[in-house]
Design a protein around this ligand. Structure first.
Ligand code: TEU
Length: 538
């Protein structure tokens, strides 16, 4: 594949730095932990890693509350560690994407502190959304993503806007200083050698400055991204993205090639998402529609078709996501009757054996589809959601802001089990316990335990990624459905000579002809069992 186009069919591994690997034993992951695990990632066979925010931050939203965009959180390491990581990853052929959080910063950011201190009407306040209220009420009825209203009142009576946590004030993107500041941040990291950015809530920076209220839904202001929503998917975001694209393109002539962006924008239908990946805007976008989809052949096929068609129509590659740090891990989702990706952890009965089987089948489906694929750390180990974290350790702001009614996203952020038979499973040296407790029954899930078992989840991923690299067919090119496949079966070919068959039905099916490359379950008597995928050379 052409070197400059690596991102069009890349397999990107998401590192959540706080929970990935802890080199200094303080119970929190760090940059040197990532460095130490680079050989593991190279052996896994991924093309790139995307590192969730690693900047200085009070970690009130796991680092999505940035207090300095040009440094590394001292809990995670130093800029020198980051430089070393970038160089070492590149030497192994692994690209590095980092997270840009442009919608908001932390209330610890010096610019926000200055705005608070400078007072009403000051130029410092103009960098954010400070407004007077109306009769003691906030300026609009906008809801915050983590519960409650989106405006916080301060001592002098003014309110500031925070679409997420109260600790995350929204930048005012109508202000040229904000625009210029982010230009400089992009260049700072591109010059340090990173290959691109994942853009956090890429559809949110621009706001309708006339500040209209949003409609009510079930008696409460809606957070829906309806067309015309005053704080999501406003036309102004595209002006910002075009500007960033021009900056990334300045690096096209460098040995590393052009720098790239992937948008995080939870927008449906895919035609809306496609607006973000037009040729002069961001390069690609997470397609969350498969993640939201139940384990159902018809539904999956529809999603695969309309997402590929919408993205291809603007020349962008398709992308596929099964899990991330915001959603219930898919092993758990697929083991539940209720498969909503954003459903609360809790008392829905879950069959984790079924979930694992489907996660194996889903991995081979995802990795056989055209375009880019994302793997969330620990998914290659088949980790389930941790649904029984004690309330006193819950850290996600949704827990606090919902008045302790929504447990939040900690269950997919539990530190990775690397080795050993008990916590901390090689996450750190046990000097300090991991920042979130790991389950007592994770010993069989450690990377070390799975290493030597050819049938393990880890080895399935390794085998799949090895084949994906070797098979010319598994790039970004089209797929062709086998329309005569039995009901409940997804079967498609990729040219040249590759077929993927997923049995989501209720009984085993006859294996199609071809040399078996890989299967998610043992194949008996020429049959593909239920909840299994096979890759064939045809
Ligand atoms: O998430 C953006 C986003 O839309 C989330 O509100 C998502 O819908 C929710 O987490 C699902 O439960 C990004 C980051 O991925 C998330 O971790 C941050 O908390 C958020 O932005 C604010 O920066």
């Amino acid at each position: 594949r052409p070197a400059d186009d690596w991102w069009r069919s890349a397999v990107v591994y998401q590192v959540y730095p706080r929970s990935f690997a802890d080199a200094d034993g303080d119970g929190t992951g760090d940059v040197n932990g990532i460095r130490a695990r680079l050989p593991y990632l190279a052996q896994l066979g991924i093309d790139a890693i995307w590192i969730s925010p690693w900047y200085p931050s009070p970690l009130l939203d796991g680092g999505y509350d940035v207090s300095d965009y040009r440094d590394i959180n001292p809990e995670f390491g130093t800029l020198a560690d980051a430089d070393a990581l970038i160089a070492e990853a590149h030497a192994l052929g692994i690209r590095i994407l980092i997270d840009l959080v442009p919608n908001h910063c932390s209330w610890d950011h010096p610019a926000f502190k200055a705005a608070l201190a400078a007072g009403k009407g000051s130029p410092e306040r103009d960098l954010f959304w400070f407004r007077d209220g109306v009769d003691g009420q906030p300026p609009t009825n906008w809801p915050a993503a983590f519960g409650g209203g989106a405006w916080q009142q301060i001592e002098d009576g003014q309110w500031y806007l925070h679409m997420f946590d109260i600790s995350q004030p929204d930048w005012n993107w109508d202000h040229p200083k904000v625009v210029e500041e982010f230009d400089a941040i992009l260049r700072f990291w591109f010059d340090r050698g990173i290959d691109g950015f994942r853009i956090d809530v890429a559809d949110s920076m621009a706001k309708d400055a006339s500040l209209p209220d949003v409609p009510l839904k079930d008696g409460r202001p809606t957070h829906d991204k309806y067309v015309g929503n005053p704080f999501y998917d406003q036309p102004g975001v595209h002006t910002i993205h075009q500007r960033w694209r021009a900056i990334a393109d300045e690096y096209a002539g460098t040995p590393q090639g052009p720098r790239v962006f992937v948008a995080e924008a939870w927008l449906s239908p895919a035609e809306r998402l496609a607006q973000y990946v037009r040729s002069n805007e961001l390069h690609s976008a997470f397609n969350f529609d498969v993640l939201r989809c139940a384990w159902d052949a018809k539904e999956l096929r529809q999603v695969i078709d309309y997402t590929t068609e919408s993205l291809w129509a603007v020349g962008a590659p398709a992308t596929w996501v099964l899990s991330n740090h915001d959603t219930i891990r898919h092993r758990t989702r697929y083991g539940r009757a209720l498969q909503d990706a954003l459903a609360e952890a809790g008392d829905v009965p879950t069959d984790l054996t079924l979930g694992l089987r489907r996660a194996r089948a889903a991995a081979l489906l995802e990795l056989a589809l055209p375009g880019g694929a994302y793997i969330y750390q620990g998914d290659e180990l088949g980790l389930p959601e941790v649904e029984d974290l004690p309330e006193e350790v819950l850290d996600d702001p949704t827990w606090e802001r919902s008045g302790h009614t929504v447990r939040g996203r900690d269950g997919c952020r539990v530190p990775i089990p690397w080795s050993g038979s008990e916590p901390p499973y090689g996450f750190g040296d046990g000097t300090d316990q991991p920042w979130l407790p790991q389950p007592a029954d994770w010993a069989p899930l450690t990377a070390a335990a799975q290493e030597s078992d050819p049938a393990s989840h880890l080895n399935l991923y390794r085998a799949a990624l090895k084949i994906r690299r070797a098979e010319e067919a598994l790039g970004e090119g089209r797929l062709t459905w086998d329309d005569d496949a039995p009901a409940g079966v997804l079967s498609f070919t990729r040219d040249p000579g590759f077929r993927c068959v997923v049995n989501l039905g209720s009984s085993p099916i006859e294996l199609p002809a071809g040399e078996i490359l890989l299967a998610s379950e043992p194949l008996l008597e020429g049959e593909l069992p239920v909840d299994a995928t096979v890759w064939l050379k045809v």
